[in-house]
Design a protein around this ligand. Sequence first.
Ligand code: NAD
Length: 511
Amino acid sequence: MNVLVWRSLIRYPHRCMCTVTGSSSQVSQPLNYVDGQRVDPKCTQTFDLREPATGKSLRYVASSNEEDVDTAVRSARREFKAWKKFSGFERGNVLKKAANIIRMRSEELARTEVLDTGKPIYEARMDIAGCADTIDYYGGMAAGISGEFLQLSNGNFNYTMREPLGVVGGIGAWNYPFQMATWKSSPALACGNTFVFKPSPFTPLTAVMLGEIYKEAGLPDGCYNVIQGEGETGALLGNHPDVNKMTFTGSVPTGTKVMEACAKGIKHVGLELGGKSPCIIFNDSNLDNAVSGAMMANFFTQGQVCSNGTRVFVQNSIMGPFLAKIVERTKNMKIGNPNHEDTKVGATISEEQALKVLAYVDIAKKEGASVLCGGERVVPDASLSGGYYISPCILVNCEDHMTVVKDEIFGSVMSVLGFDTEQEVISRANDTEFGLAAGVFTNDLKRAHRVASELEAGSLYVNNYNVYPVGVPFGGYKKSGLGRENGPEALDLFTQVKSVYVEMGDVEAPF
Ligand code: NAD
């Protein structure tokens, strides 16, 4: 995602030069995907799917009830028996083919992601390219998943096998819908598990497309399934007795419920939850890079990014020049139709979320913060008057105890906080229940590593922010989560170890 993927798009332009077909064709089709087919669920309950860019209803989507969830899990369970017997190399080949199909269909996928999320097309293209790379990466890793051998006395030995867990259930949030489907399913499938995914009800479209792509790449029917629905459907999946692991992305309160369900069934669980990350800027850093970094830490996907560094700590001696530059550049960000090439700020996911973000700006003002720019409802043009647009906001005069500095807002609201010393900023940065990410900008090599080692977060950025090259593990400390996605770590978390002792002599029984 982001900068590294952006660079790779420039280097390999064929990755985005693909057939563009209307994303709207994705809207009318059935949105559950079970046993290799798009199907309508049995459930008659529906929810309204709205386009964030216009606020218009796209369609009503049928939810999945207990029977629908059970059908998908049974399909995954049946196919697990066959898929786990494929060699890692064979599984990897399917994934690598899927990655190439994603590259061929990248423009259609990106346009559909824009329709669902309201994020600008330039970002959606970066997301899709990163997803293809992730699947490719696990395609390459699959052949190397193996156990170990231990020589024991008298010719006896032990070996370990890395075996899949079984049926994995996934639940996603709405900010990176295709990424969540790929980040969760590709390591799970590489390890020989089968998968049932429930996307966010705000963004149901692209996870189903992934099912069709996997099928075209040769994945047997039943290995990857999608069930649509709201919280109730997610709870049915998490509580299903035949699901062996849940991998969840969303808020801390919902993650707690998923973990409780897994505790009842003694299931493996991976949680990717919220954050309120610090981005620390020392006075010796390159100011332009620090400003770029702070913007990247706050303004991708309308600020709805879990790892965002929304607490921007700036050393007091450079506060003036930092604010002058960042306010000027933030005001220049083009807010507009997310399908336009020059749009940098698209639409927030929903009316409810937009109102929540604006309410936080009001609370900040009441608690004594000042708005330097943004934090207002915007109508980019008359055709988008029903959309959920908010100008990126920079707050100053913030203090650590303020609501806006403590809560995850999940919108483009940056709180700027001054600091004087390294020890002070480390202790303030760590004073949060979250621990997803953190950034440090400095030209002092020793300080960069000293601070990185002191910060309590799963992902640390030195002189950059929110870059996710393929192969780098991602996940939270503290209440930001459990386990890791991406990198080799994910393979450990989608497998279990079987230890086999082999006796080469006679049994010396003491009785
Ligand atoms: P959410 O917790 O409201 O919903 C997430 C998913 O859980 C949705 O699919 C929802 O339908 C489902 N759900 C709701 N109730 C459920 C239940 N009882 N059992 C099972 N599933 C249930 O979160 P959201 O508003 O969709 O997303 C925003 C949150 O996600 C933020 O806190 C953000 O930080 C977090 N997030 C974290 C990461 C990460 O990688 N750490 C990435 C993206 C988003």
